[in-house]
Design a binder for this molecule. Structure first.
Ligand code: FMN
Length: 187
């Protein structure tokens, strides 16, 4: 099977193998977040790496979710959620909220320090690098995942270094500054 380029200018060979292409994509480094929501009195958290800035004005993020995830079904009902950006010592938090066998509801947060986001009602996990409050404003099916678009309606940055998802493993982000701020990212 061949693939046609987006502009229709010709055909390109498919990736040499789906697996090779997937491995290449795993080399894209990302941070790690826990998205939290409250619906029908139940609090829920889900570990997500696929969160990116889509627009700066207004401030909109995009999140890729498995359509079958509990978080996806809750957020479609509730519309509001919080983003907990994990710091480099929070790998156990990332694993906790990725465990498909975790107990539903508030028990997921047992033993963690957390407060309530005034804007969303969702838990804010203590010790994070940043928190954001988000309001859903779009939903699109993209292949086998869904793309949730949400406006960032509040946020608090904190000190620290990020937890990093690279090549399918979690890593501690380390201070190793090699450049001044990138102009387009500085504002
Ligand atoms: C580091 C890491 C990153 C993850 N990123 C995503 C992601 O971007 N999107 C997603 O749907 N699942 C992601 N997952 C998997 C979910 O956290 C996992 O399937 C979770 O159990 C879903 O919870 P829920 O169905 O109860 O909402 C990630 C897991 C880990 C460990």
């Amino acid at each position: 099977m061949s693939a046609t380029t987006a502009g229709g200018l010709g055909t390109v060979a498919p990736p040499p193998g789906g697996d090779t292409a997937r491995q290449a994509l795993r080399q894209v480094t990302s941070g790690v977040t826990v998205l939290t929501v409250i619906g029908s009195g139940l609090r829920h958290g889900t570990t997500v790496s696929a969160l990116i800035t889509m627009s700066r004005d207004p401030l909109i993020v995009g999140v890729c979710l498995r359509p079958t995830s509990t978080f996806a079904s809750m957020i479609r009902r509730v519309g509001l959620f919080s983003v907990n950006v994990l710091a480099n010592e929070q790998a156990t938090v990332a694993r906790r909220f990725a465990d498909p066998a975790r107990i539903a509801g508030d028990a997921q947060f047992a033993g963690l320090e957390w407060t309530t986001d005034e804007l969303t009602g969702a838990p804010l996990i203590s010790g994070c690098l940043a928190h954001m409050a988000c309001q859903m404003n779009g939903w699109h099916q993209v292949g086998d995942h869904d793309l949730l678009l949400a406006e960032v309606i509040g946020g608090t940055p904190g000190p620290g270094l990020p937890l990093v998802n690279f090549a399918g493993r979690l890593h501690r982000g380390m201070p190793d500054l090699i450049d001044t701020p990138i102009a387009s990212e500085a504002s």
